[in-house]
Write a protein that binds this ligand. Structure first.
Ligand code: KG4
Ligand code: ZN
Length: 393
């Protein structure tokens, strides 16, 4: 009974807002997006044409770099401090007030519960106060769709999401319909880059002291002179699926690092002299693995007719997609397989409010998941892409 009435309310809300959407003049529709799933407090406003009107971001990156990783309580405190100023700043930049906003899109899953809850509570507060609907957003779905804000990429397409928390391959069939082909069975690539960079003590070099581990490894790798001096394994080479594994690679790199530290009798905060070569070897091995699995996914799509010949497109996103070496390696694969490759502008590959506002707009245009029944909305720390999408359909 309860379930049925909820379902009915949901349908009622959806119909109401689909009608509202049809009656409000096209150019006057604005979606405000809020992102707080990890360590970035982001907000943005897009209009119905998909134009970005304003954005603001507070990154906690530096604080967590100092702490050696995200401490959830610290992240929550910072989100609480910045959420109101960041939303107000975004409205101010767009010369708008909440009255001008048609709906609030907010990340509800997946992510750190203590972080997610701050965005959700603030979105609910705004929705109640200004009588606006909410559009719940799946963080990974948002990463997958951002490139469509800049390029005409029709569905279906293949998507590779690589970040500090995720690594997956999926076919995006529609705005909230994804088919998961494979994912990491252990760590994400950004996670191992961050861990290895810490163990290498890269942030003791001032050039790398204020950037993420992944970015530091990319920069150090670009200075390598002999990357082939380190031999690293190709993970899951024997497995004919589309999954990833990065833990073995991390262990191999750390083993080589310890060997060199011993050999050079490295003490305290000093770095090994071959650090650039080891970074390059790691980056090459990670790229090889990403290419190997993406190629398998392309073959799987072809065998199962998941992507028509005319739609052979790969979108790469997530923080690790900022890496030019990885992107260039994937571009070479796409050249060979006749795929077109896209990635959002690098600053939109990492977490931000724009991707949430854009995903909100994609749902708004199709009348999907728009609700005023906000008390039923809640966060979910874990939410596999395809299951979340199937449930939402
Ligand atoms: O998408 P994102 O902002 O947050 C997550 O959802 O994880 O990604 C952050 C991750 C970090 O692990 C960071 O080290 C990595 O992206 N990253 C990079 C680069 N820039 C950021 N990894 C490799 N190369 C880069 N240039
Ligand atoms: Zn992310």
């Amino acid at each position: 009974m309860i379930k049925f009435s909820r379902l009915f309310n949901g349908i009622q809300n959806q119909i109401r807002y689909t009608k509202l959407y049809l009656t409000v003049p096209y150019s006057n529709q604005h979606i405000l997006g809020i992102e707080t799933s990890a360590d970035d407090t982001g907000c943005a406003i897009v209009n119905n044409k998909g134009e970005l009107l304003a954005e603001s971001l507070h990154s906690q990156n530096l604080i967590h770099l100092r702490n050696g990783g995200i401490i959830p309580d610290v992240a929550q405190d910072l989100h609480r401090t910045y959420i109101k100023p960041i939303v107000s700043e975004t409205l101010r930049k767009a010369t708008m007030s909440m009255e001008d906003i048609s709906a609030i899109a907010v990340t509800l899953k997946p992510g750190l519960p203590l972080s997610l809850v701050v965005g959700m509570k603030y979105a609910k507060h705004l929705a109640r106060r200004f009588n606006k609907p909410i559009i719940p957003i799946h963080h990974m779905e948002a990463h997958a769709l951002t490139a469509r804000m800049y390029y005409n990429i029709p569905f279906p397409f293949l998507v590779l999401l690589i970040s500090g928390g995720h690594c997956l391959l999926a076919v995006a069939q529609d705005v909230n319909h994804f088919q998961l082909l494979g994912q990491s069975i252990d760590s994400a690539p950004g996670e191992i880059f961050d861990k290895v960079a810490r163990k290498m003590k890269l942030r003791n070099i001032s050039e790398y002291s204020k950037i993420s581990g992944g970015k530091a490894i990319e920069l150090a790798a670009s200075k390598a002179t002999n990357p082939h001096m380190f031999k690293l394994p190709l993970p899951l080479a024997e497995y004919k699926d589309c999954n990833f594994s990065f833990n073995g690679l991390k262990t191999s790199v750390l083993l080589q690092l310890h060997r060199k530290e011993k050999q050079h009798e490295i003490i305290a905060d000093k770095l090994i002299p071959e650090v650039n070569d080891l970074c390059a070897a790691m980056l090459m091995a990670a790229s090889r693995h990403l290419i190997h699995r993406t190629q398998r996914a392309m073959e799987f799509c072809e065998k199962n007719n998941l992507i028509p010949e005319s739609n052979k497109q790969l979108i790469v996103s997530g923080g690790v997609a900022c890496n030019n070496y990885i992107f260039n390696a994937l571009t070479m694969l796409c050249d060979e397989t006749n795929y077109k490759i896209y990635r959002p502008p690098p600053k939109l590959c990492t977490d931000n409010g724009v991707m949430i506002a854009w995903n909100g707009l994609e749902k708004w245009r199709k009348g999907l998941d728009i609700t005023t029944d906000i008390k039923t909305l809640d966060i979910e720390a874990v939410s596999p892409l395809d299951i979340a999408m199937r449930r939402a359909r």
